[in-house]
Design a protein around this ligand. Structure first.
Ligand code: 3PY
Length: 249
């Protein structure tokens, strides 16, 4: 049985005051929730999360990590810095990083290796664009993205990763994949995981991301291979985020 996991991706949003209010409302609303939950916040707010969330049911993490350990990489954040703030998770290869920062499959794979070595759970994002879906290339695109990661990690590491299927056309557009569309891709991803480690593949949490909201979460989360959500805009409102976590119960 896989435990459901709901992760908020705050993207580049927040302020000290707004975060404090949001986090305390979410933590207060989590009592008795069965699903695991976490927020991935802009790096400057990791200290605030550590101070406010330590000992609570809400985990915290970052939205990216450098593949380099340290040095002359202006603007980057290393994995040891994430460890300093006790991050449980780090999002890697979000489509916004792939699109706006030119992140390649090879870089995503390298970052995944770095996170795993540091004991931080990578949430590896993969997904196709609208043009790729319309051209019937969804399966090939996600297989290539996941394949790059699988080639870089050991078979034992399969049990330590989280995948997020985020169709690019459903991110920030209000469009959502139907539950069956998402399930079909999740199932194929799990089969691909099994080629590397059949025993561990059944335990890997595969999240759906892309405009998951309170009103579509239940249906999506009812699918057999959808193990949670990576939540964008709805994670910025405590009531919406909590409703999705409850939908995962
Ligand atoms: C979205 O839902 O918009 C996301 O990008 C989640 O990562």
């Amino acid at each position: 049985m896989r435990r459901k996991l709901v992760v908020g991706n705050w993207k580049m949003n927040g302020s000290l005051a707004a975060n404090a209010a949001l986090l305390s409302e979410v933590v207060a609303g989590l009592a008795g929730a069965k699903a695991a939950s976490a927020v991935c916040v802009p790096a400057p707010y990791l200290a605030q999360c550590q101070a406010q969330l330590a000992g609570s049911a809400l985990g915290w993490g970052a939205q990216d990590v450098s593949s380099h350990a340290s040095g002359a990489y202006t603007g980057e954040v290393s994995v040891s810095m994430l460890q300093d703030f006790a991050c449980s998770h780090v999002i890697i290869g979000h489509s916004e990083r792939r699109a706006y920062h030119g992140e390649t499959d090879a870089q995503v794979a390298a970052k995944t290796v770095v996170a795993l070595a540091a004991g931080i759970t990578p949430i590896v994002c993969i997904g196709e664009t609208l043009a790729q879906r319309e051209a019937g290339q969804t399966g090939a695109v996600v297989a290539e993205q996941l394949g790059a990661v699988l080639d870089a990690i050991g078979a034992d590491d399969i049990a330590k990763i989280v995948l997020a299927y985020e169709p690019v056309w459903a991110i920030g557009t209000g469009k959502t994949a139907t539950p069956q569309m998402a399930q079909d891709v999740h199932q194929v991803l799990r089969e691909q995981l099994a080629t590397k480690n059949a025993a561990a593949a059944g335990g890997v949490q595969i999240l759906y991301g892309g405009s998951m909201k309170p009103d579509n979460a239940k249906e999506l989360l009812a699918m057999p291979d959808i193990d949670g959500g990576l939540i964008g805009g709805a994670a910025l409102k405590a009531g919406d985020f909590l409703a999705i976590i409850r939908a995962a119960d």
